[in-house]
Design a protein around this ligand. Structure first.
Ligand SMILES: NC(=O)C1=CN([C@@H]2O[C@H](COP(=O)(O)OP(=O)(O)OC[C@H]3O[C@@H](n4cnc5c(N)ncnc54)[C@H](O)[C@@H]3O)[C@@H](O)[C@H]2O)C=CC1
Ligand SMILES: O=C(O)CCC(=O)C(=O)O
Length: 527
């Protein structure tokens, strides 16, 4: 088997390359290239490992037909066009925890640097000025820290601030009252936070809701003398409004690690008294960089070599415990989706996935994605587990999930139903020995079959002599039958025949089969 090829295109701890190699990937580390150089190179790679410098645009994704996974050694993925990557079936992963402590510590470091004006005091002291009287600081003890965003990093910042005997007011629409109590913070709305905080620190992603969350209007609602720290993303603070508020003496100090445009080579804030900044160093410690490099390489290699999915942003994760249990279900789900896709014509406004018994206890998202992957594969060669749910949405297909924990006839069952112009049609399957996917029902008829390789699907009137005739026809055309699976609605009624065959059935043979007496439908299937 050829080894997957990975490109590391941003500066990353060397442990990443070591792990990729140890886990069976060929790895190239080529950093600092222009977008054009990356476009010329990316075509040969299965994986791309990045930090924040590489911008993974539509153009880069279009030039990457082999790309299967993008791994961000860090948290923010705003440098990756995720919707487009998803539409191309490329998994995007990050490492959500590896640099959180380091970034929280940077926010706390900047808070102290602001409180005691350390950068300027340092500069003037080293210039020989000994400015003993020019730097009256403030204590942080007893002050209120306004925390905008109480996720991984925000909650670490809160814990550190509480340790410094500060009070913490947190604004985060997803923060539950219980979690706020657990964190020891006061949950407040944004206006309350703005009115109360002596220091404000931001820890949200940049979204349409958070862009300019510290706007001119909101800065005006802050306490006079407030100090602001942003170690999250440029664009959360309106930089021009911040400059105005600092010049007016309303904001006493601001520390930015991140800027709206990076690298920030110029800014109206540069040179403003009590403004300090760092060049997006939030994650830059030895510890964090080793953590994220190891983690991204392990996750990407696990995906490329073993199919494991961890911390993907556009695909359901499969934990190490879940993966072995879910894998046979995903195979079953994909086969059932494929069967119903091959047997259905016309528009399908709805696909329902019903899990029953043991299947209902599992994480349904990978099972649903696998059904859609199989179902849509019939119309698209480029569909996969990542883009199938997006493609279904684009096609206007409603996807329903139903779970019944009670067992029916089978210990475990997955049923796929599609709504068509002709009505609802469904197929169902189970796992034999908890591992082997088997079809057990086809459009209301009980039929047990392994869906594999080339198959022939025949609907006929149940009558003596038919099986002999189809066997003879295939034999005369040198088509060897592997398995033979029969089902019927009732004696003498509609019957279904599913045959696995050792070689594909040509259209000429299909035509001959259609002419056999009692035959209603004949189709070649492929799994
Ligand atoms: N400066 C640097 O080098 C680094 C920056 N970061 C950035 O830090 C940010 C936070 O990272 P994590 O804490 O790991 O993310 P997280 O996802 O754990 O937490 C983000 C929090 O923001 C909250 N949030 C979302 N929308 C909000 C809104 N409209 N108002 C208030 N809160 C809102 C979410 O509910 C969530 O709790 C990310 O943007 C990340 O890119 C992360 C690492 C290093
Ligand atoms: O990789 C870096 O230095 C930046 C880290 C960062 O911003 C993130 O993880 O979101």
């Amino acid at each position: 088997m050829t080894k997957p090829k990975v490109l590391v295109s941003d500066k990353m701890d060397p442990n990443a390359a070591r792990i990729f190699a140890e886990m069976g990937c060929d790895v190239d580390v080529i950093t600092g290239e222009t977008p054009e150089q990356l476009i010329a190179r990316i075509g040969e790679y299965d994986g791309l490992a990045i930090r924040s410098s590489t911008k993974v645009t539509k153009e880069i994704l279009d030039a990457a037909p082999n790309l299967k996974v993008i791994g961000r050694a860090g948290i923010g993925v705003d440098n990756v066009d995720i919707p487009y990557a998803s539409s191309k079936g490329v998994v995007v992963m990050n490492t959500p925890f590896g640099n959180s402590i380091t970034t929280a510590e940077h926010a706390i470091a900047l808070m102290f640097a602001l409180a005691r004006q350390i950068p300027e005091a340092n500069a003037q002291t080293q210039a020989g000025l000994w400015p003993k009287n020019g730097f009256m600081g403030v204590e942080v003890t007893g002050k209120t820290l306004g925390l905008i965003g109480a996720g991984n990093i925000g909650s670490i910042v809160a814990a550190r601030a509480l340790g410094l005997k500060m009070k913490v007011v947190a604004f985060d629409p997803f923060l539950t009252p219980e979690r706020a109590v657990e964190m020891g913070v006061e949950k407040g709305d944004l206006d309350t936070l703005l009115a109360k905080a002596d220091f404000i620190t931001l820890h949200t992603p940049l979204t349409e809701q958070t862009r300019n969350i510290l706007s001119k209007e909101n800065l005006a609602k802050t306490k006079k003398g407030v100090r602001i720290i942003n170690c999250a993303r440029g664009g959360l603070v309106d930089e021009a409004a911040l400059k105005e508020a600092m010049d007016a003496g309303h904001v006493a100090g601001a520390a930015l690690d991140v800027f709206e445009t990076e690298p920030a080579k110029a800014s109206p804030l540069f040179g403003t008294p009590n403004f300090i900044c760092t060049p997006h160093l939030g994650a830059s410690t030895n510890e964090a960089q080793v953590n994220v490099a190891l983690q991204v390489a392990e996750q990407m290699a696990d995906f490329l070599v073993n199919g494991g999915v961890t911390n993907a942003l556009n695909m359901p994760s499969l934990s190490a415990e879940e993966a072995p249990k879910l894998k046979p279900y995903m195979a079953l789900a994909e086969k059932l989706g494929s069967l119903v896709g091959q047997l259905t014509t016309g528009t399908v406004p709805r696909v329902s996935i019903h899990t029953e018994g043991a299947a209902a206890e599992l994480n349904a998202r990978p099972i649903v994605a696998a059904v859609l992957n199989g179902f849509l594969r019939v119309q698209s060669d480029t569909v996969n587990m990542v883009n199938a749910p997006f493609l279904a949405k684009d096609l206007g297909i409603e996807v329903r999930e139903v779970k019944t924990e009670r067992e029916g006839d089978y210990h475990t069952l997955v049923r796929v139903s599609v709504k068509t112009e002709a009505g609802e049609r469904s197929v169902a399957g189970t796992l034999f020995s908890n591992a082997e996917p088997r079809l057990v029902e086809l459009f209301g008829i009980k039929v047990e079959a392994e869906l594999t390789g080339d198959m022939l699907y025949i609907v006929n009137e149940d009558a003596p002599g038919f099986i002999g005739r189809i066997g003879t026809l295939l034999g005369e055309n040198s088509i060897n039958i592997g398995t033979f699976n029969l089902g019927r609605r009732e004696a003498g009624g509609e019957a279904v025949l599913l045959l696995s065959v050792d070689n594909p059935v040509t259209s000429a043979v299909l035509d001959q089969a259609r002419k056999l007496p009692g035959v209603k439908k004949v189709m070649a299937l492929k799994f």
